[in-house]
Design a protein around this ligand. Structure first.
Ligand code: AP5
Ligand code: MG
Length: 187
């Protein structure tokens, strides 16, 4: 199964991808996690990305595509993957299509987790207290939601037009949302 998980910040992409990974037996590729690992390790890429991420802007398409190519060059992605956090704009959607085509692959489903902004703000305020993620401050969350509306919503519209999009209600218990995703992907 090759799955692209879409949805606004705090919609539960990472939470559900962790479960889907075990259920489907394919790797979870989170571009946010990959970037946070670079930041934590203090690599040149991490140093470049740190401030951009903290304020909630998108890191450059070039850096993202390099990271993604690198990750997809590993054999564990052959049987499938759950992609979380990519693509986030139309240029990235095109780049993903080209990358997969170059590997003789295409994704099976794009699933969008739908959660309203009020709920998102509540969830991320909770995570800010629990984990202290640099971009969970109220200002950064507001900015991330704007970036999502302006840059990522067109990706959703594009996949919808292509008939590749399933929308799943992301509000409910973790089990409920998980069940809805499985239903959407026919598992
Ligand atoms: P990224 O790490 O992708 O962050 P995000 O999209 O903003 O999403 P989050 O990780 O905050 O939320 P999530 O949907 O994974 O939800 P989660 O499961 O954690 O990106 C971070 C930054 O990296 C970007 O801003 C950008 O700078 C950069 N970046 C990454 N990818 C990029 C790209 N492609 N291009 C350019 N830049 C890129 O859940 C959130 C919270 O809610 C948790 O506390 C969780 O416990 C809780 N929760 C989950 N499900 C439920 C539920 N059903 N009910 C109640 N609470 C729930
Ligand atoms: Mg996440």
């Amino acid at each position: 199964m090759r799955l692209v998980l879409l949805g606004p910040p705090g919609s539960g992409k990472g939470t559900q991808a962790a479960r889907l990974k075990d259920y489907l037996g394919v790797p979870h590729i989170s571009t946010g996690d990959l970037l946070r690992a670079e930041v934590a390790a203090g690599t040149p890429l991490g140093l470049q990305a740190r401030e951009v991420m903290a304020r909630g802007d998108l890191v450059s398409d070039e850096i993202l595509l390099g990271m993604l190519k690198d990750r997809f060059s590993r054999d564990d992605t052959r049987p499938g993957f759950i992609l979380d956090g990519y693509p986030r704009n139309l240029a990235q959607a095109a780049a993903l299509g080209e990358l997969l085509a170059s590997l003789g692959q295409k994704f099976d489903a794009a699933v969008q987790l739908a959660v309203d902004n009020e709920k998102i703000i509540e969830r991320l305020a909770g995570r800010a207290k629990a984990e202290g993620r640099a971009d969970d401050s109220p200002e950064s969350v507001r900015h991330r939601l704007n970036v999502y509306d302006q840059q990522t919503a067109p990706v959703i519209a594009f996949y919808r037009e292509q008939g590749q999009l399933s929308v799943v209600d992301g509000v409910g218990s973790l089990d409920e949302v998980f069940g809805r995703i499985l239903e959407a992907i026919g598992r």
